[in-house]
Design a protein around this ligand. Structure first.
Ligand code: ARG
Length: 463
């Protein structure tokens, strides 16, 4: 018999029962549902709707149900529509009609909003700690390879030489913004909806602030209709998760390229790569590829929640039940990817020589030569043209800029002098880019310093 059976003459069709049930996936909220119910029962006792003794009995029953679910001993009834009804039904089975008093001044609409917010608050924090772990691995790899130079690319073409550490730290700061977005999302998730009732509040003299305090919420939602129908916090989380995945997909792409024979800049550990069933020589960067692929899943989760919410009239509509699978999938996917990524990056062997050899090809220091002429007083545009012609000449001769003689350089511009020869070296090119945020080792040391302070602040926020 369903708790809402009263006004129905027929039993629910089993087809509808199956179709409308969310118990298959929302059982993951059981711990939050039980915590929320215990706080609600305490509040009911505080305002004398039930006695302290009754509240204690309800709490005991709920604690027992919690232990049973955790130990996989709880028997779900096929008629249990969702986790909220399953727990309430089990409570009444256990402690009798008193169990039925728990639902006073509450509806499943505000209950599910509460459970989902409690769940997500924990998962946001768990995601944030995983971001920190990955940031630490990136920083460790940067510090270990602080002198390594590789070609920096634009349009995937050789552009200017850069420090590998600088390249890695770019991802550190992307993740920093991801951390910040989650912090922001946490702030809005941290609003307590229970006590909104079905949509209009309740006639009972409830104390919502007491419940918020019991459950560690810093705010109480201000509008009962908004509280039961708002799922912005899920869309926000999935949007932040999408950007994390997007950032990981960009790094994945680079790892895949770097580990190709053509680049050969890195080798991912045997324990984090896989082989081919037919080609014996193969060692594939599958982890990076799968992470890149899982991006589509999380973007899909975001699209799903946005589409579900679009045009929904106030207040609660059953469509909202569709929020959970997308959210759970997004949480699981982003967390697994962050975890496996930190481990995989730890297995990467950096081939500094290969990177350096590649950086010496492709006229990476041409800009430095143009800057040199501009520093001597000619317009940068003219300097650009002179060096462009010089590059064309070198290509024709099949040599690098550093192989050219000073007198050859002088035939392009009399302003070239001996001192230009050191500027052609990739090391000099890197070290002269001392501007704040630039790739010189002094500038990179500064950014790592800043990053360390950020990490400390992140850790403080999480504790
Ligand atoms: N399982 C439902 C959900 O996830 C709980 C709320 C149901 N409320 C209702 N009025 N049928 O949204």
């Amino acid at each position: 018999m369903k708790p809402w059976q009263g006004r129905f003459k027929l039993n629910t069709s089993s087809l509808v029962e199956e179709f409308t049930a969310s118990i298959g996936f929302d059982r993951r909220l059981h711990g939050y549902d039980i915590k929320g119910s215990i706080a609600h029962a305490k509040m009911l006792a505080k305002i004398s709707i039930i006695t302290e003794k009754e509240a204690a009995k309800i709490e005991e029953g709920l604690a027992e149900i919690f232990r049973e679910i955790e130990a996989d001993k709880f028997i779900f009834d096929p008629a249990d529509e969702d986790i909220h009804m399953a727990i309430e039904r089990a409570l009444i089975d256990k402690i009798g009609p008193l169990g039925g008093k728990l639902h006073t001044a509450r509806s499943r609409n505000d209950q599910v909003a509460l459970d989902t917010r409690m769940y997500l608050k924990d998962e946001i924090k768990a995601t944030m700690s995983l971001i920190i772990e990955l940031q630490k691995v990136l920083m460790g790899l940067a510090e270990e390879n602080i002198k390594v130079i590789l070609p920096g690319l634009t349009h995937l073409q050789h552009a200017q030489p850069i420090l590998f550490a600088h390249h890695l730290m770019a991802y550190f700061f992307m993740l920093e913004r991801d951390f910040d977005r989650l912090k922001d999302c946490y702030y809005r998730t941290d609003s307590m909806p229970l006590g909104s009732g079905a949509l209009a509040g309740t006639v009972f003299p409830i104390d919502r602030f007491f419940v918020a305090e019991e459950l560690g919420f810093s705010k109480v939602s201000e509008n009962s209709m908004d509280s039961v129908s708002d799922r912005d916090f899920i869309a926000e989380f999935l949007s932040a998760a999408s950007l994390i995945m997007l950032h990981l997909s960009r790094l994945s792409e680079e790892l895949v390229i770097w580990s190709s024979l053509e680049f050969d800049f890195i080798e991912i550990g045997d324990d984090f790569t896989t082989g081919s069933s037919i080609m014996p020589q193969k060692k594939n960067p599958d982890v990076a590829e799968i992470v890149r692929g899982k991006c589509g899943r999380v973007f899909g989760d975001l699209m799903a929640i946005l589409t579900t919410l679009k045009s929904l009239p106030l207040a609660y509509n059953r469509d909202l039940q569709e929020d959970k699978e997308a959210l759970f999938d997004g949480v699981d996917t982003v967390q697994t990817c962050l975890k496996v990524y930190a481990a995989m990056l730890g297995s990467v062997k950096v081939k500094a020589d290969k990177m350096k050899t590649s950086a010496e090809k492709g006229f990476l220091t041409a800009t430095d030569m143009a800057d040199y002429l501009a520093e001597k007083g000619i317009a940068f545009r003219d300097a650009h043209k002179v060096v462009g012609e010089l590059v064309a000449y070198a290509i024709e001769k099949s040599v690098d800029l550093k192989d050219l003689e000073l007198k050859e350089l002088k035939s392009f511009s009399p302003l070239f002098d001996k001192d230009v020869m050191s500027l052609i070296l990739v090391e000099t090119s890197v070290e002269r880019r001392k501007s704040f945020g630039g790739t010189a080792s002094s500038a990179v040391a500064k950014e790592i310093d800043i990053a360390k302070k950020m990490l400390k602040e992140e850790e403080i926020w999480l504790t």
